[in-house]
Every structure is written in structure tokens, then in C-alpha cells.
Design a protein around this ligand. Sequence first.
Ligand SMILES: C[S@@+](CC[C@H](N)C(=O)[O-])C[C@H]1O[C@@H](n2cnc3c(N)ncnc32)[C@H](O)[C@@H]1O
Length: 247
Amino acid sequence: MNAIPNLHTAERLFSGAIAEEYEKLKLICPAAAEMSRRVGEFMAEWLRGRAVPDSVLELGCGTGVTTAALLAALGEAPLTAIDSEPAMLAQARANLAPWIEAGRLRLVENDALSFLRAQADGSVDIIASAFTLHNFMDGYRSEVLREIFRVLKPGGLFVNGDRYGLDDTLEHTRLIQEEVKQYFKVFRDLNRIDLLEHWIVHLFSDESPDRVMRLAPALESMAEIGYQAVTVHYRNEVNALVSGVKL
Ligand SMILES: C[S@@+](CC[C@H](N)C(=O)[O-])C[C@H]1O[C@@H](n2cnc3c(N)ncnc32)[C@H](O)[C@@H]1O
């Protein structure tokens, strides 16, 4: 059996140049901004007709793109957003300053699993995430999904807009090849071959067999943990919006 490094600690996949130039992601992956918008839209729809939640978490808030969409959807409800990478959180702090000052947003530097483990059973209404879980090693991700389930209140929601690999591996590879072509095009045009290298290396880690999060097994493992109504609301190439509830 392969050892699982970093099972209990976050890896530093978003430090250095990738963090400093994270806004370039919208050029190499326009689908990411679209997904952030959809996560917010989904949240607004979920909340319609429900009581204002008093405990909402976001795992892996990064620079705050999805966080802003969540805050817009949440109305008066407060949000706690967690990220393990100081360089990403520093940008979130600047980008989301008005919400922090208004007391609507708390940013926490911690890794997702450690943070979740410190929360009481059944204490959180909603846990949202975007483009974070696919970065985790399989073992760490399973633990995180179990912990999310444990800390959700009965009736609580987990929503994740993320990279979910295609179950058709040939088609998946074709899409990744298209993605690589897009990376080359964008970074050649920007004359940033240094960033091209960082993102290609990052993509290799996303695509490694001990990390890639394929859709069907991901949904099955959520159902095995106990999530109900596990649903794919939106699918666009390697991206999907998935939710599950704890009854
Ligand atoms: C691709 S970014 C996505 C950021 C943001 N959710 C968005 O939609 O733009 C992934 C983020 O997850 C964070 N991250 C990765 N592993 C983590 C972990 N184990 N615990 C907490 N955050 C983590 C990274 O630091 C990074 O900011």
C-alpha cells in the first residue's frame, strides 16, 4: 500500500508564483469563474424559503473569488472561510475587506481537516467549497468528506464546485490535452514561460492517480459516507457542481 504523505497536513500547492499570480487562472481556465458564480447561485437557491443559517463554512477560499459569490448569496448570514496558504489568504483579506470589516466574514488560516476536526458534531448548517478538494490526496479527501458529514447539522448541505475527472478516461485525457494547449497559448502570449512551468507541474499533480477525483467514484464515496440526495447540478468538461445533504 502506498504511504499517504501529508494526510493530516496541507500541502503547499498554492504558494510562490501560482499564489502571487493566481488571477491568471481566469485566462487559462475561464470555467473557474463561471463555477464560482454557480456555487453562489446554488447557495441563493438553497436558502430560498429557509431560515438564515447561523454557521456556514467555506473550505479553501483562496483569494476569495467563490467567497464573494457566497457572501452575495448568504444575505445576513456570517461566513467562515478557511485556507491553509498564507499567500492566498493575504489576497482574500484585501479583496474581501468590506465584508471582514462589516463582521460578515472571518478568514481562518488552517488546513481543512484540522479545522473540521476541531468542530463539534452537528454544528454547521452549510459547507461550501470550490476547486479545492481535487487538490487533496485521496486519503486526505476521504477524511475531509467524512468530517464534513460529521460536523453538518441534520438537514445540512455540502456543495462543491470542483474538477471532477471524467469517468471516460480517453475523453478525460483529450480534455486535459486541450487544457495544456490553452496554458501554452495564454502564457506564450503573456511571455510568462515561468508561469507555464508552474501550472503544468500543478496540472501533473491534479492528474496524478492518487489525487484525480473522478466523478462516479466521488459520488459513490459520498453516498457510502451517508450523504443523501447526492446530485450533479452542472457539468462542464472536467468541472462539476455537486451537492449532498445530511438528513
Ligand atoms: C484552486 S484554489 C481555489 C480557491 C477558491 N476556492 C476559488 O474558487 O477561487 C485552492 C485553494 O485551496 C487551498 N487549499 C489546498 N489544500 C488545502 C487544505 N488542505 N486545507 C485548506 N485549504 C487548502 C489552497 O491554498 C488554495 O487557496
